[in-house]
Design a protein around this ligand. Structure first.
Ligand SMILES: Cc1cc2nc3c(=O)[nH]c(=O)nc-3n(C[C@H](O)[C@H](O)[C@H](O)COP(=O)(O)OP(=O)(O)OC[C@H]3O[C@@H](n4cnc5c(N)ncnc54)[C@H](O)[C@@H]3O)c2cc1C
Length: 295
């Protein structure tokens, strides 16, 4: 099935958009993990329409129920990659989906990679994009820094270029979905805590907390979840710092691809996320109608 709209993220921005597109009779799928920033908000008292403070979780759950009641399809899953051909192909841990338009509503990227010197070697052996840089590491010894499904996805992408791939979890327990266990068996896994990255001009070795070392020629960072910035790197989406660049219609530089909420880096508030989701929905509805439903 080809969806009219795929929304990535089930926070206020994504759900607001889905409410509008569903009510406009567009086939809408929301794919999101359950870790909206809103879950961290104990009490909210600056969002319109609530006389008394409301808890973030309650507001989030009510929004999800509202979208479901209106007919949106919502799945709990993590998107690891988006590809654009004629349509958009959205690849998640548990499946692949196609859509005419996509909304990025993945919230503010939280990329904290607690490894000394990682920034120093960015572009000199440390990469955040297998699609962009994998080719440069043909038959080389590479590592993937990560411990989740996203890391396995990136290692799988690299397997097209080299067979010498180690997943470095940096002392994090591997947190992999069952359906990726077979993929995992193709790679070496090192769970030791990393002390630092070393090298002259380029990355040369990973030094572990116990003093041991491993030589690597490239290290791909896929730490935690794929964020809007990971998608931006892979797809060439314009960014300003860690935020997705959008115009006043919430359009990115890629036709059919929109962004809303904290991932755009504007005033990070629920009202703004909800408003941006609504603006994006209006454009997505027009886009689908112009390009032809299912066409
Ligand atoms: C402690 C705290 C208190 C706050 N208090 C207030 C307040 O009082 N008032 C106010 O207006 N705002 C408040 N905020 C801010 C508010 O929570 C955010 O502005 C709002 O949640 C942004 O909505 P969003 O939809 O853009 O992102 P989020 O709510 O962060 O949702 C992002 C969604 O994307 C999903 N996602 C991310 N990556 C992927 C992926 N690869 N695949 C699938 N899904 C993915 C996440 O799981 C989540 O579902 C607070 C924030 C915090 C942290």
């Amino acid at each position: 099935m080809i969806y009219d709209v795929i929304v990535i993220g089930k926070g206020p921005a994504g759900i607001s958009c889905a409410i509008y597109t569903t009510r406009a009779n567009l086939k809408t799928l929301v794919i999101g993990k359950s870790d909206s920033m809103l879950l961290k908000a104990d009490k909210i008292e600056n969002y319109y329409g609530f006389e008394n403070p409301i808890g973030g979780k309650e507001l989030l759950d009510t929004g999800l129920k509202q979208a479901l009641r209106l007919g949106a399809q919502i799945v709990d899953d993590e998107v690891v990659s988006i590809e654009k051909t004629e349509k958009f192909r959205v690849i998640s841990v548990n499946g692949e989906y196609e859509a005419t338009t996509v909304l990025l509503a993945t919230g503010a990227p939280v990329v904290r990679v607690p490894v000394k010197n990682i920034d120093k070697f960015e572009g000199s052996g440390v990469s955040y994009c297998t699609t962009c840089d994998g080719f440069f590491y043909r038959n080389k010894k590479v590592g993937v820094l990560g411990y989740t499904d996203f890391a396995i996805h990136e290692a799988n992408e690299l397997a097209a270029f080299t067979q010498d791939i180690t997943i470095y979890t940096n002392n994090m327990p591997l947190n992999i979905s069952e359906n990726l266990n077979e993929s995992l068996s193709k790679f070496k896994v090192n769970t030791a805590k990393i002390a630092e990255i070393q090298g002259q001009e380029k990355i040369e070795e990973i030094v572990f907390a116990d003093g041991s070392k491993e030589l690597v020629q490239g290290l791909f960072v896929a730490y935690g979840s794929a964020s809007s910035t990971s998608f931006a790197l892979k797809m060439g989406i314009a960014t300003e710092g860690k935020s997705i660049t959008v115009n006043d219609k919430m359009e990115t530089n890629i036709p059919g691809l929109f962004a809303a909420g904290d991932c755009t880096g504007v005033f990070k508030q629920i009202s703004v996320a909800v408003g941006q989701g609504a603006i994006a929905s209006r454009q997505m509805i027009d886009y689908v109608r112009k390009t032809g439903k299912d066409g």
